[in-house]
Design a protein around this ligand. Structure first.
Ligand code: UDP
Ligand code: MG
Length: 333
């Protein structure tokens, strides 16, 4: 008998949760010798996701747990909260919108239990149903990232993963504030089996990732996993210095030969503008890293818990206890 924890981050997923729960339970019931634990993380939803989770925890007290965060911390924060509180021998993380098919779980479990892998990852081989512009930028991101960083990212890899306890502990040993899970999964190493599937559209509700949010997330990926842009800016600087020296020599020679220095005004302005722009560009790159360091140095928690299923259960049972003796007396109905 092994224990499998499923971490499910939820942000305004009330529309998708019933269908998700039904499909997940269907798959879990087919798994023999597996004791499941479904750990929902309510990431500060503003709809009635929390109510649904409370109800699910009451209906399935043995399998369903939830953690409700005090506000929206983003998917990364929610996943980390789930990883820290998962108690299983194996831990899987999946979206609540059925875009990560639960039917792949048996295959993933087989990979880590019987085939000697530590992780089972999934990747989409198609991006059907996604706006083409989003797919285009996603491909560009992976190509660039893999060229300049040592951490190799698999194109189309989802956050949907199953990890052994060993791999999970490795992931937990990185309590950094600016998290980019796809990179962290790769960084910890271990043998990963990649399973492929075709993109599925979400069952209900809509995506929580706007183009702007995705853009900021990709910057996160760059800054967290490579310092190449820092080197790039010094390279730029050096090239410019060489050019500047050559130009100075040429200018002095010209002045000595023709003696018409006023005519150089236009080129001066061009050079000043170019250099000013480049300096700002480089300062911007430094700024990115400084900003990340600033956030990291604060050592802030990655998430804050407002309520858990255990707390609620305890609170509810305390409330009902005092009533019980009265009822048992038979004097009051
Ligand atoms: N999610 C979250 N916090 C957020 C945004 C998203 O917990 O701030 C969850 C969301 O509920 C879902 C998963 O992360 O279970 C993936 O989000 P979504 O389906 O919107 O992303 P997409 O599949 O479009 O990339
Ligand atoms: Mg989705």
């Amino acid at each position: 008998m092994i224990k499998l924890s499923l971490v499910v981050p939820c942000y305004n997923e009330s529309a998708a949760l019933p269908a998700f729960m039904e499909e997940l339970m269907r798959v879990l019931n087919q798994l023999e010798d597996v004791r499941p634990e479904i750990l929902f993380i309510n990431d500060g939803s503003s709809d009635n996701t929390l109510d649904i989770l409370r109800q699910l925890a009451t209906e399935h007290p043995d399998t369903v747990r939830y953690i409700s965060l005090s506000r929206n911390f983003g998917k990364e924060g929610a996943m980390f909260a789930g990883f820290e509180h998962a108690t299983g021998d194996y831990v899987a993380v999946m979206d609540a919108d059925l875009q990560d098919p639960p039917s792949m779980l048996p295959q993933m479990l087989r990979a880590v239990r019987e085939e000697g892998y530590d992780c089972a990852g999934t990747r989409r081989v198609s991006r059907d149903g996604e706006p083409p512009i989003r797919s285009f930028f996603a491909h560009c991101f992976y190509r660039m990232m893999n060229r300049i960083s040592n951490t190799h990212l698999v194109d189309g890899a989802r956050d949907y993963k199953l990890l052994s306890r060993k791999a999970l502990n490795a992931l937990l040993s990185m309590p950094e504030y600016n998290r980019f899970s796809k990179g962290l999964y790769e960084w910890i190493g271990f043998r990963t089996k990649w399973l492929e599937f075709k993109n599925v559209e979400r069952v209900a509700g809509e995506t929580k990732w706007s183009f702007w949010k995705l853009f900021k997330y990709s910057i996160e990926g760059f800054v967290a996993f490579t310092t190449a842009p820092l080197a790039l800016s010094s390279l730029f600087g050096m090239m410019l210095m060489f050019i500047a020296v050559a130009v100075i020599v040429a200018q002095i020679a010209r002045q000595l030969i023709f003696q018409d220095s006023v005519s150089g005004w236009t080129s001066m302005v061009c050079i000043i503008l170019l250099l000013g722009g480049l300096q700002l560009f480089c300062i911007g790159i430094y700024g990115q890293y400084m900003a990340k360091m600033y956030m990291e140095v604060k050592r802030r928690p990655i998430y804050i818990i407002a309520e858990t299923s255990e707390e609620r259960r305890a609170a509810l049972s305390e409330k009902t206890l005092p009533n019980e003796p009265v009822r048992n007396d038979g004097r009051e109905a």
